[in-house]
Ligand binder design. Sequence first.
Ligand code: T46
Length: 312
Amino acid sequence: MKIRKYSLDDVHEMYELFKDKEVTRYLYDNYDYYSMENTKTFISNENNNQEIHRAIVNDEDKYVGTVSLRYIDLEEGTAELTIVVKKDYHSKGYAWFAICEILNLAFKELNVRGVYWRIDANNKRAIRFFEKHGFNKLDADIPHKIKERHIKEKNSIWFAVLNGDDFENVALSRKEIVGCKIIKIKTIPTVEAGELSFFEANKDINFDIKRIYYISKVPEGSRRGFHAHKNFKQVLFCPYGKIQLVLDNGESREEITLCDPSIGIVIEKPIWREMLWMEKNSVLVVGASGYYDESDYLRDYTLFRNFIGNKC
Ligand code: T46
């Protein structure tokens, strides 16, 4: 998963996306009239002073969507964000990954003060997505110029990130993810000498820890996991680096980026998990309720669905 500049090889996938009404119906631009030729032109004119578009691609470098900064106004220090991802790649962590990348580009390379985006109030899926990631709808404080630009669009809901906001961590203020608890691990700072975090079995978490394991030296962009546990309970945390965790309870799938050593995820039921190493040298530590036992693993998604189906 990464974002990169467009390539003419993206044209077929992009054209397919433009023609998917279900995905494009809430977008500002109307893609109905785009032909394959227009799509090629669109790719060739990728960037200008006011716009930056990036292709979102999977591990095989296949185009899955576009994330953009538009109406970049360096005098005002503002830009607008848009994102569109192909349906097959929804709920797999692509959108959040791409948003974090483009926001980092906006704040670190362009040095803008704020990035704003407008969502159609009927686009419930997008609103849920941003709320899930800890963003609140903005009622005021949208720069006048931006509001003016969208004056004709009714039913607008606005979100924003300002330079300096800890947007990658904002989702960590949530309390749960697909029914798993997100815990704040007790953390004691020492003046100019870092901090110490700790949790205690049967106090801060509801089970005994019989095994600790940790995963390290994983190259950036690698994925692990792709299984659930039948009975083991686990607490997961990332003491160093940045790891995206995708959790799936068989009905919904949500992701969270672990990048704060004082945040833990407690999984106490069969939940499908996938991990993406977003930064090299990131470490994932897990405290498990049982000794290693391969027969506790469900390493096939259909088996996992059947297992939870039979339990209900
Ligand atoms: C989990 C996620 C978050 C052992 O021999 N002992 C152990 O305690 C563990 C955890 C694994 N292994 C063996 C089993 C495999 O031959 O180590 C090998 C790699 O394990 P796996 O492919 O399951 O690794 P991940 O990173 O996909 O998953 C691990 C845990 O296995 C799993 O319980 O929840 O981390």
